[in-house]
Ligand binder design. Structure first.
Ligand code: ADP
Ligand code: 5GP
Length: 200
């Protein structure tokens, strides 16, 4: 199980970074983050080459043309992509590779790279009002980008409702959710949570 990458997918603002940062801090040598490329600007505290490789649109398009991405997608007006190198760098360290990607990326990996064979985990918000509260509370979004992220959240949740993922973890209480996520990451057998009723 530990040799399969773990894909963590979930609406922006659900708490993916919060839980993953905690996982990396608790197990500094077991896991490696697949550092994506993005054309969005860094948020305060984000470090180039750690959270993302921050890049320009032109450089990103050149990477697409050179075939350097496993998958790439546009999200909320910016490009995001997982390079072959990002995943290889983690494998070279003999660590379990953790990817934080959106639903488009999940679908692209399933259709184009089945041999990657990851475990797909959906990190769900407890409700849509709580998601909005977290996104707003993070203080990183404009009115426009907040709305785009909430719109995208609907499609992400719908794909989870369709059963697109192997396991669901609801990030209600951070301690509880981390406990479940950590078990999954360590390759333990976990039942997972029930997806909340979103009333979509
Ligand atoms: P993502 O990486 O999924 O976009 P973040 O990790 O940035 O989300 O979390 C979004 C906001 O929600 C942050 O301000 C974070 O501190 C907060 N948050 C994360 N998990 C919880 C939780 N279980 N309960 C309340 N707030 C949370
Ligand atoms: P954020 O801007 O909040 O960091 O990320 C926005 C969305 O892009 C999130 O859903 C995140 O999972 C997704 N994302 C981050 N990196 C990648 C990537 O390499 N590929 C894809 N498809 N999505 C990504």
């Amino acid at each position: 199980m530990m040799d399969r990458p773990l894909v963590v997918c979930g609406p922006s603002g659900t708490g993916k970074s919060t839980l993953l940062n905690r996982l990396f801090a608790a197990h500094p040598t077991k896991f490696g983050f697949s550092i994506s490329h993005t054309t969005r600007s860094p948020r305060p505290g984000e470090v180039d080459g750690v959270n993302y490789h921050f890049t320009t649109d032109a450089a990103f398009v050149e990477m697409i043309q050179r075939g350097e991405f496993i998958e790439n997608a546009q999200f909320s007006g910016n490009r995001y992509g997982t390079s072959v190198k990002a995943v290889k760098d983690v494998a070279d360290q003999s660590r379990r590779c953790i990817l934080d990607i959106d639903t488009q990326g999940v679908k692209l990996i399933k259709s184009n790279h089945p041999t990657l064979n990851p475990v797909f985990l959906f990190l769900s918000p407890p409700s849509l009002p709580e998601l909005k509260k977290r996104l707003t509370g993070r203080g990183t979004e404009t009115q426009d980008s907040l709305q785009k992220r909430l719109d995208a959240a609907i499609a992400e949740i719908q794909y989870a409702v369709e059963g697109g993922h192997d396991i669901v973890v609801v990030n209600d209480d951070v301690e509880r959710a981390y406990g479940v996520l950590e078990k999954v990451a360590l390759g333990e057998q976990v039942e997972g949570d029930k997806l909340p009723e979103f009333g979509l």
